[in-house]
Design a protein around this ligand. Structure first.
Ligand code: 0A1
Ligand code: ZN
Length: 857
């Protein structure tokens, strides 16, 4: 804990350039856990080996631990000390066996890092630096050890005892206790250690690998949740097969276990052969999970499974290399999901996430390259930049090299670095060697932060491409990037083009002669979102309308419609005369196009979010944006009333089905419901309530509830109350009940979220619940940015209350307050005042300190 007023106590920056290989290695560790929620005793026996010629002592990281015993080679150790939580032991020889005993209190562990209690379970979370809260250890990813783990626990309370690797023994003990021993043959860093103990029930299955080995699969949950695990199991098996087919990577142990827990800081964790999941990414059935939830379950199950190679077999040398495993693994899970359903819609969703979460980060005070140069608290770097921009960087490599050379590069990388801790540079070099291409300039994507801007204009018979990269904290005067741009030039008369080309823009400006027919072509650029850049063009609204109807790249078609909508909305917000007709015509044409996939239509006809409109403006005016968007929404609703009606009825289903077609139909139907409600406020309540009542699945039910929660219909209260009553025992669904109200555009939203803060079901101890209320509200641009600053205060109050309980999750709430530069002076002042209030709080965590101090900048 630190005092922000006192500069001497300000937490230190860790720098990438200071990396030094470990002084001591730990080839083997034996752990003995005497498990109990109140007091768990941990005995650790480490074989330590001096690395290189030096006389530095053994330094074992620890956080909140005090040793009950320290022994070296069987005798009580002398001369050890505790330094900033770490256990420092002078050792004379080059090899020793060091044994420590500590006691920890899982039920007091509210940070959910290390060993903690969730429901009746005991479970662990060690990434990034949680293992040091369990036992003394060199808690850094480049120390790889073979783990042998023995657990003892009360058999009635903790009948299931799970660890990494293979179960190598188990048995009963006196006094109702029992034990289990697990051995993991693969050396691993401490962040991949896990154990789980509790009353769990398994959905079991098997998978036969490409070399014919049978793997026992189990998904462990509370007994009542077993019926909700089949989708995750199907996704697991599909992922295992996909990694064999696409990357030639086979699973390497006889068992693969997944456990779902209710209290979890992130989405899930790839611990070797024992993945621990936030239950929201495992549990799904039609009554409680939406189609988006189903997709998220499959995507996260795949992500964690893929880490077995990209992360576990080849891990990271240090935490600055985090994107090595995360960017690559997100790219892999995105490709997997694209292969399971509509690749076009998946790409649209991925880009939407990137633009909503990563672009603002890249343009704000917390901007950092995908391989950062420094940090105060590594937990703050599990960001959209590391994950999602990191994935875009790998995707660009894939486009530049082509699938075959990319695969050769991946093979080389996995083979060369198997069993080691590698760097981003190692990955790029493997790609370079396998493909024979010089990636020197491409490496700038790893070191330069910020979203590049590309300007593309057609002047006469020349296409001119220009790039620039804005300054970001600590980085100015950047070098030009290598930007792969897929582009096509359409002939307006025929609606076709002569073929797509991949243009590698590697200079500040490039002029490309067009093959001339004389008439000005229509430019389709950054097709498939081939580079994570902002594109500005001189295309007219006619050009955009043309592309929205003719582009054969689905992303390009979507993008043209979005740009057309954005241009119209931004003009309206600026107070210019905004003609809605081009958008209405383009949306009408899209709705009428029977050749298009309904899932795609559902995405294409949606207006950009208020936040995304704000991102296009120099100064965000939340009220004006809301008004402009509502005006266009209402006009679209009224002018195309017949088509919305037709879409709504044409896509009704007799009963729930889970298939890409049925999902697409639900998507379009619910988008149509939104427009129908916007156009006929008087009847909207009845229509939405009828759907709410009749729905046989969560997608339709929550879409109707969202529509009702947003408006003033008489049915609103009954729907919210009915929903609560029906799902009061299901926390994941009650999260939706909280966030639906927090997202509402109604004038009373702030008082509603305040009341929800005091609702008996609200707790600061469950990260999902905190995110469902405070996280969701901070994304409600209209009300979070209410002019009197009450929204900012609400968020800061929750953040400050949460910080002593769970600093990681508290720090994640902060970034919306850091966007103050984007708003008017009065809001800037109010936002800064909250940041200053946060920074002045006594005992602030270093997690929140880092985010708040950087945000004030
Ligand atoms: N490696 C995990 C993400 C993760 C990171 C930190 C955690 O600590 C609370 C938990 C999970 C992933 O990429 O899925
Ligand atoms: Zn990951």
């Amino acid at each position: 804990m630190l005092d922000a007023q006192n500069a001497a106590a300000a937490p230190a920056f860790i720098r990438r350039e200071d990396y030094r290989p470990p002084d001591w290695l730990v080839p083997d560790i034996a752990l003995d856990f005497d498990l109990d929620a109140v007091r768990t005793r941990v005995t650790a026996r480490l074989t330590v080996v001096r690395q290189g010629a030096h006389d530095r002592p053994l330094r074992l990281d620890g956080d909140g631990l005090s040793p009950l015993s320290v022994r070296v080679d069987g005798a009580d150790a002398a001369g050890w000390s505790l330094e900033a939580g770490a256990l420092v032991i002078p050792l004379s020889g080059d090899r020793a066996v060091v044994e420590t005993v500590v006691e920890i209190a899982p039920d007091k562990n509210t940070q959910l890092m290390g060993l903690y209690a969730s429901g009746g379970l005991l479970c662990t979370q060690c990434e990034a630096e949680g293992f040091r809260r369990i036992t003394f250890f060199p808690d850094r990813p480049d120390v790889l050890s073979r783990y042998q783990v023995r657990m003892t626990a009360d058999k009635a309370r903790y009948p299931v005892l799970l660890g990494n690797g293979d179960l190598t023994g188990s048995g009963d003990l006196e006094g109702g206790r029992h034990w289990a021993a697990w051995t993991d043959p693969f050396p691993k860093p401490s962040y991949l250690f896990a154990l789980v103990a509790g009353q769990l029930f398994a959905n079991r299955d098997t998978f036969v690998t490409m070399s014919g080995k049978t793997v026992d699969l189990a998904i462990w949950v509370a007994e009542a949740d077993l019926p909700k695990t089949q989708h995750a199991m199907d996704a697991l098996k599909a992922s295992m097969k996909w990694d064999e087919d696409v990357y030639g990577r086979e699973y390497d142990l006889g068992q693969f276990n997944i456990v779902a827990v209710a209290d979890f800081n992130f989405g899930a964790m790839e611990n070797k052969s024992l993945n621990v999941f936030n239950s929201r990414y495992i549990l799904a059935d039609p009554d409680t999970a939406t189609d988006l939830d189903y997709d998220a379950v499959a995507g996260v199950v795949a992500h964690e499974y893929f880490h077995n190679w990209s992360g576990n077999r080849v891990t990271c040398r240090d935490w600055f290399q985090l994107s090595l495993k995360e960017g690559f693994t997100v790219f892999r899970d995105q490709c997997f999901s694209a292969d399971q359903g509509s690749a076009a819609v998946k790409r649209i969703e991925d880009v939407r996430v990137l633009r909503a979460a990563q672009f603002p980060e890249d343009g704000g005070p917390l901007a950092h390259p995908i391989r950062p140069d420094s940090y105060i608290e590594i937990s703050n770097f599990y960001t959209a930049t590391i994950y999602n921009k990191g994935a875009e960087v790998i995707r660009m490599l894939h486009s530049i090299l082509g699938p075959e050379d990319f695969r050769k590069g991946a093979d080389l990388y996995f083979d060369r670095y198997d069993g080691t801790a590698a760097t981003c540079e190692d990955f790029v070099r493997a790609m370079e060697e396998a493909s024979g291409r010089d990636l020197t300039q491409f490496r700038l994507w790893y070191s330069q932060a910020g979203t590049p801007k590309v300007r593309a204009t057609i002047e006469g018979d020349t296409l001119i491409l220009e790039q620039s990269l804005p300054n970001t904290p600590g980085q100015t005067n950047k070098q030009p990037m290598l930007i792969p741009l897929r582009l096509a030039l359409f002939d307006r008369a025929t609606g076709t083009h002569a073929g797509e080309q991949l243009e590698l823009l590697d200079t500040p400006r490039k002029a490309i002669k067009l093959p001339g027919s004389g008439t000005r072509p229509v430019l389709s650029i950054n097709r498939g979102f081939s580079a994570p850049v902002l594109v500005e063009t001189d295309r007219t609204s006619d050009d955009l309308a043309f592309l929205s109807a003719h582009d054969d790249d689905p992303f390009g078609r979507y993008e043209a419609m979005q740009q057309l909508m954005l241009d119209t909305l931004v003009a309206a917000v600026r107070g210019e005369q905004a003609d809605h007709q081009p958008v209405i015509t383009a949306v009408g044409n899209t709705l009428a196009n029977n050749a298009l996939d309904p899932a795609f239509i559902g995405e294409a006809v949606l207006l950009p979010s208020e936040a995304f409109i704000g991102d296009q403006m120099d100064r965000v005016d939340p009220e004006a944006i809301h008004r402009a968007r509502e005006a266009l929404r209402t006009d679209l609703a009224t002018a195309l009333a017949g088509q919305w009606e037709a879409a709504y009825h044409a896509h009704a289903a007799a009963r729930f089905e889970y298939s890409p077609e049925a999902k697409g139909a639900r998507r379009l139907r619910n988008v149509a419901l939104g427009y129908l409600a916007a156009g006929r406020a008087d009847e909207a309540g009845a229509l939405a309530f009828a759907q709410f009542e009749a729905a046989d699945n969560m997608t339709d039910r929550i879409a109707a509830l969202g529509t009702l929660a947003n408006g003033g219909a008489a049915e609103r209260a009954a729907a919210l109350a009915g929903f609560y009553a029906r799902y009061k025992d299901n926390p994941l669904v009650i999260d939706k009940w909280f966030s639906t109200q927090a997202f509402s555009a109604r004038a009373d939203t702030l008082s509603a979220v305040r009341a929800l803060r005091d609702h008996p079901d609200f707790t600061l101890h469950n990260p999902n619940r905190v995110r469902a209320l405070a996280g969701a509200f901070s994304m409600n641009q209209l009300h979070f940015h209410s002019a009197d600053g009450a929204g900012y205060r609400f968020l800061a109050d929750i953040l400050l209350a949460l910080d002593p309980i769970n600093p990681q999750t508290a720090a994640k709430l902060l970034p919306p307050l850091g966007r103050w530069r984007r708003f008017d002076e009065s809001r800037q002042k109010l936002m800064r005042a909250e940041l200053e209030r946060i920074l002045a709080a006594p005992g602030l965590s270093k997690d929140v300190f880092e985010q708040a101090s950087k945000s004030l900048g």
